[in-house]
Ligand binder design. Structure first.
Ligand code: SF4
Length: 455
């Protein structure tokens, strides 16, 4: 019996698909080569954009003729799209060949629902909100992200940004007990994972009282007796405290690259987005991090063409991008989302204007990121080797503690920390040669270096 999981959307979903795979493998299913041959197909869906939902519905619909021939095939739809009552209704009425529809809160019962469907031959619909996160935490997992492991520290979101559907489909914030997170991370490090990414919609508001804050969690994990990289996503500027800045500055394992979504450089637009911070506050966090964490780098998310955004507002966004000098910008055109406040706002921006602003922003970002990358040619940086290069023979991909991507040549193994001399830059990616491995062997001592590598 085989399974296939189609995953859409963010890292939270990617990690949840690891849990879905864990449940299915614990039931005896193995990974199918392709979707059409699988005995059970799971669509782990995203609701962030309506266009994404239409694409997912199209992909589910494509299975109809296959299911007609293979009656035993089970089709499960779960995740943010199916958590919406209206969408669960669409799946019930218009997709009668879908067997199981689960919301974001009901995933922990996946095994029970599959067994129920097989035994009773009746379709299952479960989209009830549940507060108890213990069953979700207890799900088995098949990790798929190489030397990196994702670790949930909280679920849900309380922020209600006016463009976002997430709080409606993921529920209110609930933080995991700190001791459970520390135990999970310890186990992962013992197993040899070299990078841990803490996941939550707003990790900075993690907390279960004053003894369990995000700063304390970072500090505790940083002190574990292993060499590794500790990352986190996503941060909210209104909740990133000076205590967290302090912990990052003293950290030995915490990555020195901070992803801090600004979304817009105009206070008027930030207010309309209900982001609850000003550009001045945002910049003050950047300045504090720069002062306390030498060499720290930044990435961000920006939405262009939010309702009411004028040319002047957009110019303010470009000003912030130039001021902060982001290493990377994830830029999106605003897209209307039914069920959100922004969808009903006046002043929706024409698509052509949104496209133009996006292109302008991307051009500015490209110029900055290339300039920043070129500053490192000739330097020797510590790189974590993360994977073999999918296209370039005998090359590995890795990243520095500052989040710079590096394509590496030399005698290295995935999972090693190595010293790399940066030789050139192409499309903002650094290229370099390994000059020293993590045991202190130097590449110019060729025999010793090679023997060590191959032993
Ligand atoms: S912080 Fe805002 S953008 Fe992020 S998940 Fe919550 S509501 Fe959505």
């Amino acid at each position: 019996m085989t399974y296939f999981i189609a995953t859409y959307g963010c890292q939270m979903n990617v990690h949840e698909s690891e849990k879905i795979a864990g449940v299915l493998e614990s039931m005896g299913y193995t990974l199918a080569e392709d979707i059409q041959k699988a005995d059970i197909v799971v669509f782990n869906t995203c609701a962030i954009r309506e266009s994404a939902e239409q694409k997912i519905l199209g992909n589910i619909g494509a299975l109809k003729p296959i299911k007609a021939k293979r009656k035993d095939m089970l089709i499960v739809v779960c995740g943010c799209m199916s958590q919406q009552e209206a969408m669960a209704g669409v799946l019930k009425e218009k997709y009668p060949f879908v067997d199981i529809v689960l919301g974001t809160h009901n995933l922990a019962d996946l095994r029970k629902f599959i067994e129920q469907k097989i035994a009773q031959k009746k379709r299952v619909f479960a989209i009830e909100e549940q507060q108890d996160i213990a069953p979700r935490d207890a799900m088995p997992m098949v990790r798929t992200s190489g030397v990196n492991a994702w670790v949930n520290i909280m679920y849900g979101c309380n922020n209600f940004c006016t463009y976002c559907i997430v709080p409606y489909v993921r529920g209110r914030e609930i933080s995991r007990p700190m001791q459970d997170i520390v135990k999970e991370v310890c186990q992962l490090l013992k197993e040899g994972y070299k990078e841990i990414t803490l996941l939550g919609q707003n990790v900075n508001s993690y907390g279960n009282g004053k003894d369990e804050t995000f700063a304390k969690l970072l500090q505790t994990l940083d002190a574990l007796p292993y060499k590794y990289r500790l990352k986190f996503m996503t941060s909210h500027p209104k909740d990133l405290s000076m205590e967290v800045v302090d912990v990052i500055s003293k950290g030995k394992n915490i990555a020195k690259c901070v992803h801090l979504p600004i979304q817009s450089g105009s206070n008027k637009i930030l207010e309309a987005m209900n982001r609850k911070y000003t550009v001045e506050h945002y910049v003050s966090i950047i300045d504090a991090l720069r002062e306390k964490v030498p060499g720290v780098t930044f990435s961000t998310d920006i939405i262009v063409g939010f309702p009411g955004e004028t040319d002047e507002d957009f110019a303010l966004t470009l000003d912030v991008v130039k001021r902060v000098q982001y290493q990377q910008v994830f830029a999106f055109m605003y897209s209307r989302r039914k069920g959100t406040v922004a969808d009903k706002m006046d002043g929706q921006i024409p698509l052509a204007v949104k496209k133009q602003r996006l292109q302008t922003l991307l051009a500015v970002e490209k110029e900055i990121s290339e300039k920043l990358a070129l500053e490192h040619v000739g330097e020797v940086e510590e790189v974590l080797l993360e994977d073999v290069h999918p296209k370039l023979a005998n090359k590995l991909m890795g990243s520095t503690v500052y989040g710079r991507a590096v394509t590496v040549q030399g005698a290295g193994r995935v999972g090693d920390f190595v010293k790399v001399k940066i030789t050139k830059v192409k499309n903002s990616v650094l290229f370099g040669d390994i000059v020293e491995d993590e045991y202190g062997y130097f590449a110019n001592d060729a025999t010793l270096f090679k023997n060590k590598r191959t032993s």
